[in-house]
Design a protein around this ligand. Structure first.
Ligand code: FES
Ligand SMILES: [Fe+2]
Length: 407
């Protein structure tokens, strides 16, 4: 029996890694349980694994992120520390903190937070400096915050105003017990926080995005509705999928019909990626009405993804915000919010627009959950990129690898 012939069926005794059977297609290799050693056919396909944080800048030579990075708990912990705790994250909308004293509480990557409008917008860890009770709960309007545990009170500026019954405590200086601040800024109706005191300013970190998104006239948009999707996949599996239109014809036939697939453009920037496509408009022979009847050169849908996890999907008459929250290595929450012109809030088209996006999202979740499961297969380690279609995924993996190496 010739072991080098791919179609050969081997016996356990003759197989150095106890491979039972192989075919000419390396993807169909079958391992004998519990052998974890990949056969030579798979090893040959693997890129050098010495430094998984190196994604070749040349997409034609590059390999995708190692599959392990999509499920490993240690990687997940490191991502939280090196990526998410240093990034500007959307936590609310301007209308929640429009007036003096308006506040809301939230939780970001496990940290309880408080955002309030003092003379300026301020953010704090929502942790009492006494014994870690909650200085604020829910949302509303306040002149001061009173901790729900023993009643220490704090001003909107975070300073400790009173601490009942602390007389006699030595070396207790109220000025040392202010709420600890976090960075809070606003842009484009949204409220952001950043847990890294050394981070660049929000708008500076967005580069050219504010200018590019500025051509959409969203000044009068109002919140319409929110949907939350609980997904059994790693957050990067979902982002990878978002960053390419390669899957549109197979996964989203309905969406593909509205867009000009061949004109779909991906434009990577330093810390964000813009994808855009002209709208096709009405076509001769259409049997069903299209959402946008008109086709004009300036009528596009622009999808902005900002590293690491939030997106603005800009349509001619509405805006959708997506926030992708990692809950566990293989569990992710996608929060979708729709913003519409006030005149459209009651229109049947508004709900139809949400249902259309909901359908697209369900199609994306189904493929992402399948991919997540498959990434755990012993047969798969890394893949390659389409030069034409996966520039965005490659750019994301480069940003990710670089961020994970930062100290
Ligand atoms: S924990 Fe806040 S007053 Fe005691
Ligand atoms: Fe998709």
């Amino acid at each position: 029996m010739d072991d080098s012939t791919p179609e050969t069926v081997r016996t356990r005794a003759s197989c150095p890694c106890r491979l039972v059977r192989t075919t000419s297609d390396p993807r169909s290799v079958i391992f004998c349980d519990p052998c974890d050693t990949p056969p030579a056919a798979v090893l040959q396909l693997r890129p050098r694994m010495l430094d998984p944080f190196q994604i070749d800048p040349d997409i034609s030579r590059a390999w995708t992120l190692p599959a392990l990075y999509y499920s490993d708990p240690a990687i997940f912990v490191r991502e939280k520390e090196t990526i998410f705790r240093r990034a500007w994250q959307v936590v609310g909308h301007h209308s929640q903190v429009a007036g003096p004293g308006d506040y809301f509480t939230t939780e970001l990557h496990g940290e309880p937070l408080l955002v309030v409008r003092d003379r300026e917008l301020r953010g704090y860890y929502n942790i009492c400096r006494h014994r870690a009770g909650p200085p604020a709960e829910g949302c509303g309007t306040r002149k001061l915050f009173r901790c729900g545990y023993h009643g220490w009170t704090y001003g909107l500026d975070g300073k400790l105003i009173s601490a009942p019954e602390v007389e006699g405590v030595q070396e207790f200086h109220p000025e040392d017990f202010s709420l600890l601040p976090v960075r809070a800024e606003e842009w484009f109706h949204f409220v952001f926080v950043n847990l890294d005191p050394r981070a660049r300013g929000l708008v500076e970190s967005l580069g050219e995005l504010p200018q590019q998104a500025g051509r959409f006239d969203f000044a009068g948009l109002k919140f319409f509705t929110r949907r939350v999707y609980d997904m059994r996949c790693n957050w990067k599996t979902y982002i990878d999928n978002y960053l390419e239109g390669y899957h549109l014809p197979s996964v989203h036939p309905g969406l593909n019909r509205e867009l000009d697939y061949n004109a779909y453009t991906v434009e990577p920037h330093a810390r964000y990626i813009r994808q855009f496509s002209p709208i096709r408009g009405a076509q001769p022979g259409d049997s069903a009405p299209r959402r946008y009847q008109e086709a004009r050169a300036d009528l596009t849908t622009d999808y902005f993804w900002v590293f690491p996890n939030w997106m603005l999907n800009c349509y001619p008459d509405n805006l959708q915000l997506n926030i992708v929250l990692p809950l566990a290595p293989e569990r992710t929450l996608a929060v979708f919010e729709w913003y519409l012109l006030e005149k459209d809030l009651q229109s049947p088209a508004a709900l139809a627009s949400v249902e259309f996006s909901d359908q697209v999202q369900k199609e994306d979740i189904a493929i992402c959950e399948t991919v997540q499961k498959n990434l755990r297969s012993r047969s798969y380690s890394r893949g390659r990129y389409s030069l034409k279609q996966e520039k965005g995924v490659h750019a994301f993996h480069r940003m990710y690898a670089e961020a994970m190496q930062e100290k």
